[in-house]
Structures are given as structure tokens and as C-alpha cells.
Design a protein around this ligand. Structure first.
Ligand code: NDP
Length: 600
């Protein structure tokens, strides 16, 4: 299909060329290797600023189920296991409390970017409706605690505790876990809910250790230094020159607060984010009171279907996310009437819709940002889902303030940090404080992200078993590692509303464990054959359009410009989409035989 400049108000070929040029500027041979692990001399970047390190005596005991990670995934697993009658559950958590992402991320302005009514887990179970459509971090942390209270998960929990090793004892059919607190824990089952974005990362920029000012990563916000809290009011910055590296979803939320409070703010940008309208609002109490039983699940499913390109009579969430997909599906009507279209023709139409949507995003920059050079630099030149879309009503406006400077590195990134500040294009920007909003490890090996390796039957390590890519049955279990369940982005139904997926996974795991328990089995494990079949299914259905990812500007969605890595986010998605995946595992449970699992 040829581009029609007149009717579309843009030239598709020119845009395609521009996107390619912008991508090429950013491609680097070192890909994911451009970042460094936050360990050793950098480990102060991950020190928990919210609690003091409480010493405690090592524990040595047995529980039926150990859950590693106390974020939404661990809480949901704990809740669904309790509901299934499995109460001997222990959550092991690195932080000083439950909450995971929302324990760590307390930066000013931190807010969910998926509607809170579908994002916060177990709302009906807790008889709770969040205060805003997009709620802020403290409410999510408080909700995490409320879940733990309701499901009695505090009693057995171990906080400030990191698992350091995990090995299977085939004789006793149990896992042995060691921790940084000297514990030696035994558990019949282990549920891995470590989170996909739990390890902050730093760019390996020359001189990063030389900076003599103050510095921290956004996931460990230093309120001692800035003053204020998650709602802002960073009063201690009024005479400070602040710099921030990164312009992803986190930076977009905290930059307006830094701009408001600091003497000067310099934003070092490599790639601009796509910033759409947020439109947050308080919850209407009348609406909240009108909700009927089952409302949350219906709303989650409605959203999930819509954002994966399906049809629903009503758009219940009706926000930027569903709008994007509506725009990207703007040729759906013609799709229905022109069934003769080839997949290539269809892709071409979706590409045009994508161009149109991104033109709208770029026009929004022009309409908000006063300085034309700054506006130009803030425009994203890539397709909508090359990076996580952002939504904010104050971010772009912040660049109109006199104390805010955008330093656009034209795709190159910051290349040098000095004792006094940041150097770009030979200019040194002197700073009192440098904040890293540089995100979290995504495309690294599963065991590196977890922070420990797992030794299965016969002494085989998970890192060895998965050295050529993940291998699982339905994403939950891998042969040779009995009674070990994976949660998160592991060969399952990835969805923009992450907690929805975690809830489906929790229900599934609880079902499998309850089945084993009711039938007096001591272990269950994916058979090799079932695992091979699932890997083949994943490969044959690889929905991720390789070409799309290759054309994208680098980011964690395409493994920093190197799609095809089998540990990457893209390699972990079930091709037919999350709803089809949820249905598949539901039908598998209903069928009853739990085929593909070996019990003993
Ligand atoms: P991201 O990985 O999205 O962003 C990291 C930023 O650092 C990018 O702008 C990146 O640029 C930049 N960067 C990296 N290296 C350099 C360098 N050498 N020089 C200059 N810039 C550099 O991390 P975030 O913490 O922003 O977000 C992570 C994810 O967390 C989000 O995608 C989202 O899924 C989630 N999130 C969710 C929120 C929510 O639900 N409310 C809120 C915040 C985050 P480049 O783009 O060029 O790589």
C-alpha cells in the first residue's frame, strides 16, 4: 500500500527513513553490555535507604512453600495459596517490607501508569477502591501491606533477607536455601517472584566513580538530601544544581518535581520518551459504590483484550493505553471488509496508524514546549511500542521553566562524568547532585537478575540449563527443577497490566500445589517432552515481529538493539497473546489430568 501524503498529512517514506537514521545513531556494538552491574564498588547505589540493617539470628527450619519476593507477585501467590488452603507459606524479601517495586520506587511523583482499578491486586478481596484513577506510590505500598495483613503473610516473612543459593535435595524432595543472613531454610516448594525489573542498572560511563558531588539511583531516592517526600516538596534543593541522566518512565514522573524545587535542573537525554495525555482524576465515590461483584476481573479482562487488539463492546478503562491501540487499529474496519489483505498489507496499515499516532505525540510537544529547539529535541522518532509509552501532563511543561535545561546528546548518551559534573560535547555541566534514572536490568540472564543460581537434580545449574534460552512448560516449571515455580516474564502471557498476569500465574501455581497436596505427592515437575513441546510452541508462535524489533530504536524491549536474544523480553511472550494464554492454562486446569507434569 502506498503512502498517501495528502490524506495522511505525513510522508510515510520520509518518516521511515527518519526512524532508521535515529535508530542507527543509537545502535551500539556493546548492546546490553553498556551497563554495569550495581555490585562491588557500586553497591552503595542499592543500599536500602528506608530501613536500618537489623541484625537477627540465623534461622534453620522447614516450610511447605517459600516465596522469593514480596512484591505484587509474591503477595498474590501467597494470597492464592492461602485461599487454596495452603497456609505454611514464607515470603523472603530483600526489602524491609512488602511492596516490591513500590517498596523501592518512592521517587517524587511515583505513580502507576496503568489504571489503578485494574493495576492494584485483590481490590475486591480487600473491599477497597483506590483514591485516584492513577494512584501514587504511597497508596500502592499501603495496599501491599494491607494484602499481607489480610492473608496473614507477615507472620512467617523474612525481610531484609536475600537468597544467596538454592539447591534441590532429591532424597528428601525439598529445596535448601541459603541467605545473606546465614539462614539455612528448607522448603517443599519454591515460588520465584523476583520481579522483572528488580536490579537497578548504571551506565558504564567513563569517570562515573570520579564524581565528587552527591549521587543516587531513582529506585533508592535520597530524601535525606532532597527533602520532601513522594508527593514532592524537595525543599533542600533550592540552592542545588541537579543533573539527571535518563528520560524513561521514571524520569518523566520525577522531573516535574525536580524542576519545581531545584535551583537548576539539567536533564541529560539520549532518547526522548513518547509522552501522551494522563488525565488523572480522583475516584468518583458514586461510581465506586455502584460496582458489582466481579467488577475488577471484568475490567482487567476488558482492558487486556482491548490492548492486545481485540474487540469489546465497551472500553471500560478508556485511557491513553486503549486509545493507542484504538489508533493503531484504526484500519480494523477495513480489515474486516477487506479479508483479501495479505499479512504484509495489514502490517503496512498498522504502520501508517502508528505514524499517525506518533505524529500526534510530536505535535503535542510543539503545543506545550515554548522553545522550538528544545521541542524538536523532545520529539520521539520511533514506533509507539519500541519503548514503554509514557503519560504525563506536567513533564513537557517543565522544560518551559527558566531553571531547566535539556542537554540532548543526539542519541549518543552521556560519555563522561567528571569530578564536578557531566561532560557532553566538550561542555562540562557542573552539578551538586547527579541522579541516575537509568532503569533496571532486563535482558541479562535470569539468574543474574535473580542474584543467585539454582541447582536442580543431579547438580545441574539453571544458568547452564538455560544457557541457550529459557525452557519451561507454560513458563512455570522446568525439567530437572522439581517443585520450583517461576513467575513473571518467563514464556507466558506478558501483558501491559503486569499484575493481571501475576494473578493468573498465582492461581495456576496454587492449583498445581493443591493438587499435589491433595494427592499426597511430594514433588511435581515438568516432563522433558512437555517442556520441549512448549518451547516449540513458543518458537513457532513467536508473535514478536522480528523486523519490527530490529527497526526499533534500542531499548529494553528489543534487548538494546539486539533482538533475538533468548533471555530477552520478546522471547518470553506467548505468541497468541495474554488472553489466549490465560485461557490455555485455565482449560489445562479444568481438564484435570495436569498433563505434562510428573508427580512422585
Ligand atoms: P528505562 O530503562 O525506561 O529508562 C532508562 C533511561 O536511561 C532511558 O531514557 C535511557 O536512554 C537512559 N540512559 C541509559 N544510559 C544512558 C546514557 N549513557 N546516557 C544518557 N541516558 C542514558 O528506566 P525507567 O526507570 O525510566 O523505567 C523502567 C520501567 O519501569 C518502565 O519502562 C516501566 O515499565 C516501569 N515504570 C513503571 C512505572 C509505573 O508503572 N508507574 C513508573 C516508572 C517506571 P535510552 O532510551 O536511549 O536507552
Amino acid at each position: 500500500m502506498s503512502a498517501n501524503k495528502e490524506s495522511l498529512n505525513f510522508d510515510a517514506k520520509q518518516l521511515r527513513d527518519k526512524y532508521r537514521v535515529e535508530r542507527d545513531k543509537r545502535l551500539r556494538v556493546d548492546g546490553n553490555e553498556q551497563y554495569q552491574e550495581v555490585t562491588g564498588r557500586f553497591s552503595h547505589f542499592v543500599t536500602d535507604p528506608y530501613v536500618t540493617g537489623e541484625p537477627r539470628a540465623p534461622i534453620s527450619d522447614f516450610v511447605e512453600i517459600a516465596i522469593i519476593g514480596g512484591g505484587f507477585g509474591g503477595l498474590l501467590a501467597g494470597a492464592r495459596l492461602q485461599e487454596a488452603g495452603l497456609t505454611d507459606v514464607r515470603i523472603i524479601e530483600k526489602g524491609g517490607d512488602f511492596g516490591g517495586t513500590w517498596y523501592w520506587n518512592r521517587y517524587p511523583g511515583a505513580q502507576c501508569d496503568i489504571e489503578s482499578y485494574i493495576y492494584l491486586p485483590l481490590l475486591e478481596e480487600l473491599n477497597y477502591v483506590p483514591k485516584e484513577k492513577y494512584t501514587h506510590a504511597p497508596e500502592m505500598l499501603a495496599h501491599s501491606r494491607a494484602i499481607a495483613e489480610q492473608y496473614n503473610l507477615y507472620e512467617n516473612a523474612l525481610f531484609q533477607t536475600e537468597v544467596t543459593g538454592m539447591s534441590w535435595n532429591d532424597h528428601d524432595k525439598e529445596w535448601n536455601l541459603t541467605t545473606n543472613k546465614g539462614d539455612s531454610l528448607r522448603a517443599r516448594y519454591v515460588c520465584m517472584s523476583n520481579g522483572p525489573l528488580n536490579r537497578p542498572k548504571l551506565p558504564a560511563i567513563k569517570g562515573i566513580e570520579d564524581f565528587e558531588g552527591h549521587t543516587f539511583h531513582t529506585s533508592r531516592w535520597d530524601y535525606e538530601y532532597t527533602g520532601g517526600d513522594t508527593e514532592g516538596g524537595l525543599t533542600r534543593l533550592k540552592d542545588k544544581k541537579i543533573g539527571i541522566i535518563g528520560t524513561g518512565a521514571t524520569a518523566v514522573q520525577c522531573i516535574p518535581h525536580l524542576a519545581e524545587a531545584s535551583k537548576s535542573l539539567t536533564v541529560f537525554q539520549r532518547t526522548p520518551s513518547s509522552i501522551d495525555v494522563r488525565g488523572n482524576r480522583p475516584t468518583d465515590p458514586e461510581w465506586a459504590n455502584s460496582l458489582n461483584k466481579g467488577w475488577q476481573k471484568n475490567r482487567m479482562t476488558n482492558f487486556n483484550i482491548l490492548v492486545t487488539g481485540g474487540q469489546q463492546e465497551e472500553d471500560l478503562v478508556n485511557d491513553g493505553w486503549t486509545d493507542i491501540i484504538r489508533k493503531l487499529s484504526m484500519f480494523n474496519a477495513s480489515r474486516a471488509s477487506e479479508t483479501s489483505l495479505t499479512p504484509e498489507e495489514m502490517m503496512a496499515r498498522v504502520e501508517l496508524a502508528d505514524f499517525e499516532k506518533m505524529e500526534q505525540i510530536r505535535a503535542r510537544v510543539d503545543s506545550v514546549v515554548e522553545d522550538s529547539k528544545t521541542a524538536e529535541a523532545l520529539k520521539p522518532w520511533y514506533r509507539q511500542f519500541c519503548k514503554r509509552p509514557c503519560f504525563h501532563d506536567d513533564y513537557l511543561k517543565a522544560f518551559n521553566q527558566d531553571n531547566v535545561t535539556l542537554v540532548d546528546t543526539d542519541g549518543k548518551g552521556v560519555q563522561e562524568i567528571t569530578a564536578k559534573g557531566v561532560m557532553v560535547d566538550g561542555i562540562e555541566y557542573e552539578l551538586d547532585c547527579l541522579i541516575f534514572a537509568t532503569g533496571f536490568e532486563v535482558g541479562t540472564d535470569y539468574t543474574q537478575r535473580a542474584g543467585y543460581d539454582i541447582t536442580g537434580r543431579g547438580g545441574v545449574s539453571l544458568s547452564d540449563k538455560w544457557s541457550d534460552g529459557m525452557r519451561t512448560l507454560h513458563g512455570f516449571q522446568t525439567n530437572g527443577f522439581p517443585n520450583c515455580f517461576f513467575m513473571g516474564v518467563v514464556q507466558g502471557g506478558f501483558t501491559a497490566n503486569f499484575p493481571h498476569m501475576l494473578d493468573e500465574q498465582s492461581t495456576h501455581i496454587a492449583h498445581m500445589v493443591a493438587h499435589a497436596d491433595n494427592n499426597n505427592y511430594h514433588s511435581l515437575e515438568a516432563s522433558e517432552e512437555a517442556e520441549n513441546d512448549w518451547v516449540a510452541t513458543m518458537e513457532s508462535m513467536a508473535v514478536i515481529n522480528q523486523q519490527f524489533l530490529e527497526d526499533c530504536t534500542p531499548g529494553y524491549y528489543n534487548n538494546e538493539g539486539k533482538p533475538g536474544n533468548k533471555s530477552s523480553l520478546g522471547a518470553s511472550q506467548y505468541g497468541a497473546g495474554p488472553e489466549a494464554f490465560f485461557q490455555l492454562i485455565r482449560e489445562w486446569r479444568e481438564e484435570g489430568s495436569l498433563s505434562g507434569l510428573n508427580f512422585s
